[in-house]
Design a protein around this ligand. Structure first.
Ligand code: URA
Length: 455
């Protein structure tokens, strides 16, 4: 064998060993083996350090998505995502800090509303968030619609910002959860998003790194959720609550309806405008009900003596007196945005608009969320490949929800775009709507609350 002659050769040898290890791990997992913690950490660390190629990691993740993970494997994967990362020391922040996370959906602007509302109520919120996944939107992509706003806050700045502003929203940081950062992006473009253990490990790893005193999980169920079936969504909720507990975190959860888009806006800048409207006091049906429930749970999770009614009164007060909106602006400025730009809502706007009209009079009986999410994706609001550029002004604005009465020719939705496959997008949005001749009632947005006993 020839001697190792350069660092490149050394690197190639390391890559071969790492590749052999991940292939072996994939094969054994597929054959029914239980992976040990060291092996799981090894694969994730190799991927973080670029020692194995995307396609081998994608095969490993796809195998996990198909076979599932035991509790011990799930704990090991969650921990592996944080290996090499730091964690926050929130002890310097006065009072309890709270965190929330949603499993993602269509028209889900919840984070951009509940974080400033709860922070304005005097409870600091530290939130690590992600990009769009599949057909669902991502808070980070939405925030990039705000010129100048830094979506990645260095770990060392998070605690000072929590103390001075009261809230932080930052991208999943390579400093905190290196493994989640790289696998999240890979899952998005390799069809490995919709898996209970992969979602649970991804979300809880970020929560472990932040280690807030209270945590509220918003798990979606219905056609526009990553996990559509209600029983499986309940399983995801229970899996995450157990996992959080295994890491010593105190968590509560809400199971929420995603059988239609949560809010009318689907697309990055459109959703920022929607969030600002709510923070200025507009109670958008569906979206607001969920935001109010999540805010109540967040407030009560760190203040056991607070009643539901008292929590509601605090939330209403910070909306009515403008302090929730002011909190958003103060935070955005602290993360680099220009207050004047934000106040004037100078956000990206698409140049073109198309409308979808009601083919007949009746009641809206269905707004299929995946079709709407995929239409947004085709217009450039989401990405189909790693590095696809987003069009932050593009998206869909829904003018009606399930249960609304419409007349023939009424506008059901508007599509905003600069490029993309607009014909298919329009067909998708048109097919998403069903108009029937009988009135229907939409299911409640809040389907179930978990772990709230004693709050
Ligand atoms: N949100 C995350 O952070 N990770 C997932 O896998 C899904 C939703």
């Amino acid at each position: 064998m020839s001697p190792v002659s350069s660092s490149r050769d050394v690197r190639e040898i390391k890559d071969t060993v790492a590749s052999a290890r991940v292939i072996d791990s994939t094969n054994r997992k597929r054959a029914g083996a239980v992976l040990d913690a060291e092996e799981i950490a090894g694969v994730v660390t190799d991927f973080v350090h670029d020692r194995i190629p995307d396609y081998q990691m994608a095969a490993w993740l796809a195998t996990i998505a198909c076979t599932g993970l035991s509790t011990a494997e799930l704990v090991a994967l969650t921990r592996a995502y944080t290996v090499g990362g730091g964690h926050l020391d929130l002890s310097e922040v006065d009072g309890a800090v709270v965190d929330k996370h949603s499993t993602g959906g269509v028209g889900d602007t919840t984070t951009l509303i509940v974080v400033p509302v709860v922070a304005a109520c005097g409870v600091p919120v530290a939130k690590m968030t992600g990009r769009a996944l599949g057909f669902t939107g991502g808070t980070l992509d939405k925030l990039e619609s705000i010129k100048g706003l830094r979506t990645s806050v260095p770990v060392g700045e998070i605690v000072p910002m929590l103390k001075s502003v009261g809230m932080v929203i930052t991208g999943q940081s390579a400093d905190l959860t290196p493994g989640d950062g790289v696998t999240y992006a890979l899952r998005d473009v390799t069809g490995t998003v919709e898996s209970i253990p992969l979602i649970a490990a991804s979300i809880i790893s970020k929560k472990v790194a932040v280690r807030a005193d209270g945590l509220v999980l918003d798990v979606k169920t219905g056609a526009g959720a990553l996990i559509q079936d209600r029983d499986r969504a309940v399983r995801l909720t229970e899996t995450m609550l157990d996992l959080a507990r295994a890491f010593g975190l105190s968590a509560r959860a809400v199971l929420s309806d995603m059988s239609q888009p949560l809010g009318p806006a689907v697309g990055n800048a459109l959703e920022i405008r929607q969030a600002l409207a709510v923070l200025r006091g507009e109670r958008i049906p569906g979206l607001w009900e969920l935001c109010a429930a999540v805010c109540r749970l967040m407030l009560r999770s760190v203040d056991p003596l607070l009643t539901d009614e008292q929590a509601t009164a605090r939330i209403e007060r910070v909306l009515d007196d403008g302090s929730a909106y002011e909190m958003f602006v103060r935070w955005a400025v602290a993360q680099g945005a220009d207050a004047a730009v934000l106040e004037a809502e100078r956000l990206p706007t698409a140049a073109h608009r198309l409308v979808v009209r009601a083919p007949e009079s009746g009641w809206v009986t269905r707004v299929e969320p995946r079709a709407v999410g995929n239409a947004g994706l085709l217009l450039g609001a989401g990405r189909l490949t790693y590095d696809a550029p987003l069009d932050h002004g593009a998206g869909v604005l829904l003018r009606h929800r399930v249960g609304d009465r419409v007349g023939k020719g009424d506008v059901l939705a508007e599509l905003f775009y600069d490029r993309g496959d607009t014909d298919t997008a329009r067909t998708l949005v048109a097919s998403a709507f069903q108009v029937g001749d009988r009135a229907v009632t939409a299911p409640p947005v809040v389907r179930q609350i978990f772990g709230a006993e004693g709050v």
